[in-house]
Design a protein around this ligand. Structure first.
Ligand code: NDP
Ligand code: OXD
Length: 308
């Protein structure tokens, strides 16, 4: 009945200590060669290598070590094998920090000042009260809501767009196609926190940018494949967009010489907006294994129709 953590060994060793302390009744292993594949009932992976799942024939639950599951080939995963994504407070907190930091950098023009300093320019840019800056979220799930909660403390004007109707205190919520058209003109900063699905792939394109207020900025923390790269370059060149902060790209990393590397209006971070934190994630996985054993629904169970 072993849980095999099949990812980097350094973090696996951390998980092993925490598992032994918090759930000694659940055998845990992070060295694939140290466990017989037949004994593995729970597998935790980030990016499963081709054919990995065929090796573990007695799996009861497949855990994604990340909040997203687009890295899995869902056609390769038996429909009756539950796939559970990472829903844990540590990853939400990390994303809330990254988005708050990015919004504040834009709000207070820090990225302009980095360029100015290099050019020995001393020139202030006016800033306005936070309530004048409208920050909108594509996606209103675990991560967007964590970021929203942090930004609310600063007083930004907030809105969010999701698939289903949502009510979030202090946030103007939109949903569906019509909702998107009403939402976009309200976003001085647009934050993408959507899962990558056939419906959301390529969504950050010229048509969408043209519906934002002129000079808006985007922050993409979803996936690189949400973004139409040449449309972004066009929108930055025309001034329709003023800046882009991109934590995710396609591919990762970008190839040498890619125009994003040196673009003065693009700020790149290496897919680090957030990460699963062992101290909190372990509790989530333990709780889910106990739920599974008790026949209860697991937290973060992926819907195989909506693909997130
Ligand atoms: P959730 O599943 O909790 O939330 C997803 C949100 O997107 C929901 O509000 C959902 O709507 C909405 N959504 C999905 N499809 C559509 C659609 N077609 N139209 C409109 N809205 C849609 O996901 P998380 O918040 O946990 O994570 C979001 C994504 O963030 C992950 O899938 C991953 O790609 C990315 N991520 C990036 C990280 C990084 O470091 N850069 C770290 C972790 C995750 P509804 O509420 O109606 O279902
Ligand atoms: C995730 C990620 O999905 O790190 O968790 O991107």
């Amino acid at each position: 009945m072993t849980l095999l953590y099949h990812a980097d060994a350094e973090r696996g060793a951390e998980w092993a200590v925490l598992f032994a302390e918090r759930a000694p009744e659940i055998p845990f292993e992070y060295r694939p060669d140290a466990v017989s594949p037949e004994a593995v009932r729970f597998l935790a992976v980030w990016h499963p290598a081709a054919g990995m799942l065929q090796r573990y024939r007695n799996l009861e639950v497949l855990f994604s070590l990340g909040a997203g599951v687009d890295q899995f080939d869902l056609d390769d995963i038996p429909k009756d094998l539950p796939l559970v994504r990472m829903v844990e407070p540590g990853i939400a907190e990390g994303m809330a920090e990254y988005v708050s930091l990015s919004v504040m950098l834009l709000h207070r023009h820090f990225l302009d000042y980095v360029g100015q300093q290099r050019a020995e320019v001393w020139k202030l840019k006016r800033f306005y009260p936070t309530s004048c800056l409208r920050v909108g979220f594509l996606g209103a799930g675990m991560l967007a809501q964590a970021a929203i909660a942090k930004l609310q403390a600063f007083g930004f004007t907030l809105s969010a767009w999701s698939r289903s109707e949502k009510k979030i205190e202090g946030v103007t919520s939109y949903h569906g196609e019509d909702g998107l058209n009403a939402f976009l003109p309200q976003c001085d900063i647009l934050v993408c926190l959507l899962p990558l699905t056939p419906e959301t792939r390529g969504m950050l394109d010229g048509a969408l940018f043209s519906k934002l207020p002129k000079g808006a900025a985007i922050i993409n923390c979803g996936r690189g494949q949400h973004l139409a790269q040449s449309d972004l370059l066009d929108a930055l060149a025309s001034g329709q967009l003023s800046r882009a902060i991109l934590d995710v790209t396609d591919p990762e990393p970008l190839p040498p010489g890619h125009p994003f590397w040196h673009h003065e209006k693009i700020f790149l971070t290496p897919h680090t907006a957030s990460m699963t934190q062992p101290h909190t994630a372990v509790d989530t996985v333990i709780d889910n294994i106990r739920r599974h054993r008790a026949g209860k629904t697991m937290v973060g169970l992926v819907d195989r129709h909506s693909l997130y």
